[in-house]
Structure formats: structure tokens, C-alpha cells
Design a protein around this ligand. Sequence first.
Ligand SMILES: Nc1nc2c(ncn2[C@@H]2O[C@H](COP(=O)(O)OP(=O)(O)OP(=O)(O)O)[C@@H](O)[C@H]2O)c(=O)[nH]1
Ligand SMILES: [Zn+2]
Length: 344
Amino acid sequence: MFTSSPHDSVLASYGWDGSWEQLASTSDASGVPGRVARVDRGRVDVLTADGRVHASSRGHCAVGDWVLVADGAVAAVLPRRTTLARAATSGRSEAQVLAANVDTVLVTVPAESAARTGRVERLVALAWESGATPVLVVTKIDRTDDLAGVLSELALSAPGVEVVGVSAVTGEGVEDVAAAARGTTVLVGPSGAGKSTLANALLGADVLAVGAVRAVDGKGRHTTVHRELLPLPGGGVLVDTPGLRAVGIRDAAEGIERAFADVVDLADGCRFSDCAHEHEPGCAVRAAVHDDELPERRFEAYRKLRREDEWAAARTDARLASERRARWKQVTKDQRARYRARGR
Ligand SMILES: Nc1nc2c(ncn2[C@@H]2O[C@H](COP(=O)(O)OP(=O)(O)OP(=O)(O)O)[C@@H](O)[C@H]2O)c(=O)[nH]1
Ligand SMILES: [Zn+2]
């Protein structure tokens, strides 16, 4: 159950819809619905119809989660539609949820470095894996004379993915990106790709003007412009949260298969169904590379991501195994203690 509010349009601007309402009304918990805009160790900021509230949270909330808040705490997290996660860097092997309920991942790549597509493939795989739809956004198209060439090169790196070119300088393509940014959208991509510039272009003059007006009135009113969850003028929400930039892959076998659908298709022709495309005879993938049907670079990118994914999975397995061993050690110790106690 949830307490409904008269300002449903406020919630709608953050992505609230009939099916969230349905989930909220059938939840065991009751509370005020809202969307998590910020997570900070056991505390979250939630955007509700009545404004921003702080709440404590015991569970694992991520930016983008829909929650019910009661008595200053998160009473329930509504089931996620999608989960954008990355492998944790150094030490911990737990995946880190970057954002929840993302519908569109705009993968940015500057036109001038469009030839280095390895990062693009990684991010596209990550997006597919999350359940969201990736869109390739080629930024700074004012800096290339061969836009058609860049776009077709990239299209090869991302079969089945919409590719849009944009220049925040000339304004060309901004509307195309806005149209592609369906539902809840995040911008990912390398530093300097133009994400912030594009975010501002997407958010439009209205939002910027609001920020400016608020900055001027600054008398006692809280005028902080929060940059985490921003309603887009044409509908939808932009999630702009730090930490979405350097992305490692993990548990993303499906996403990788989808991002490399062309390689997977070729692999159907390998003699062995478990062909690793290394030295096996009758390998259709290596044959395609040899015949220039599959760019060697793309084949290498595929293998690299697969290895990385398997390595992360193996690391998790190792951690789980050692946890299991630690648990069993304890059980055995307890058992011995019990034997001794009985023997006495
Ligand atoms: N020529 C040109 N320059 C652009 C365009 N978009 C952004 N830039 C410039 O590229 C630089 C980086 O842009 P940002 O928007 O800060 O890039 P970012 O991806 O947000 O970078 P990080 O915050 O480091 O991740 C800035 O100097 C921008 O002015 C564009 O469409 N054309
Ligand atoms: Zn093979």
C-alpha cells in the first residue's frame, strides 16, 4: 500500500507510471512513493511528490530505485525493471549497482576517436546486460569531415544499435538524441566525450534558466540544483550521477553475446559447439577474420571482454568458495565441540 498524493504529475516527471503504482499498491509495506536520487551509506535522498526527503535505508538502494518511505526510512524497494551494474574495482568482487530502472543508455563517443571502438563495445554490452536499450551517440560531429564514414564504422561495432550524431556546438542532432532518450536515460562514455555539454543541451534552456533564477534569489531558500535525476523537457528523466564513467564488465555474458551478435552468428558455423576460436580446426570465426569478413580488431575486442567477464566470474567463484570453506570450518569446529561436550 502507499499513500497517494495530489501531485502525481510531479512523480510522473520522475518516471512514475501505472505499473509502478500497481507495484506500490500491492506492496506489503506502506509509505510515500518516491524515486531515489542519491545514495550515501545507509542514507538516501528520495524525490517524492512533496519534495525531496532524506531517509535511512538498510537495504541496497540504488539511484533510480522507486521506494516507499515511511517514518524517515525506506520501507520497501519496488522490484527493478533494469539494473545497470559494473564490476567493483580493486579488492571487492561484488558488483556495484550504478543505477536502477534505466531504460536508455546513451553511449557517447567523440567523432575524432570513433575508430577506437573497444570502449563502445564494452558499454553497449553493459547496457544490453542491464536490460536497457543502448543508443550510440557520436559527439562533436562538427569536428569531422567524414561523418558518414564515422557513423558506418561505428554501426559495424554495434549491430542492431541506433547510432545518432550530435554537435552541441552547432546544435545539429540534439533533437535526434532527445528523441532517442526514452524513459529514464543515462549518459556514459569516456571523460571529455561531451556528456555534460550534451546533458545541458538535452535539458534545454528552461532548466538552465530555472537554475539561474534560483541562483539570483538566494535569500535563505535552499537553492541547490541537484544534478542526479533531472526531468527532460520532452518527457523522461536524465540520471546524471558520478561513477558512471569507468566501467568494468562482469556477469555480462548475455550482454556480450548481444553486443557481438555478428560474432555469435559466425560461431554457429564452427565445427565444435564449444569452440573457443583459438586453435580449433573448423573454426568459422577465425576463418571469417582470415577472409576479412570480421575485423580482427572486433574479434579481439570480443575475446578481451569474454576473458574479462570470465575472470570476474572466476574471482566471484573463488570468493564464494572461500566463504563456503570458512563456513564449513566453523560447522566442523562446532561439531567437534559438540562431540567433546557429549564425550564428557
Ligand atoms: N567541438 C565540440 N566540442 C564539444 C562538443 N561538446 C562538448 N565539447 C567540448 O568538449 C569538452 C568536454 O566536454 P564535457 O561536456 O565536459 O565532457 P564530459 O564527457 O562531460 O567529460 P567528463 O565530465 O570528464 O566525463 C569541453 O571542452 C566541451 O566544450 C561538441 O559538440 N563539439
Ligand atoms: Zn570457432
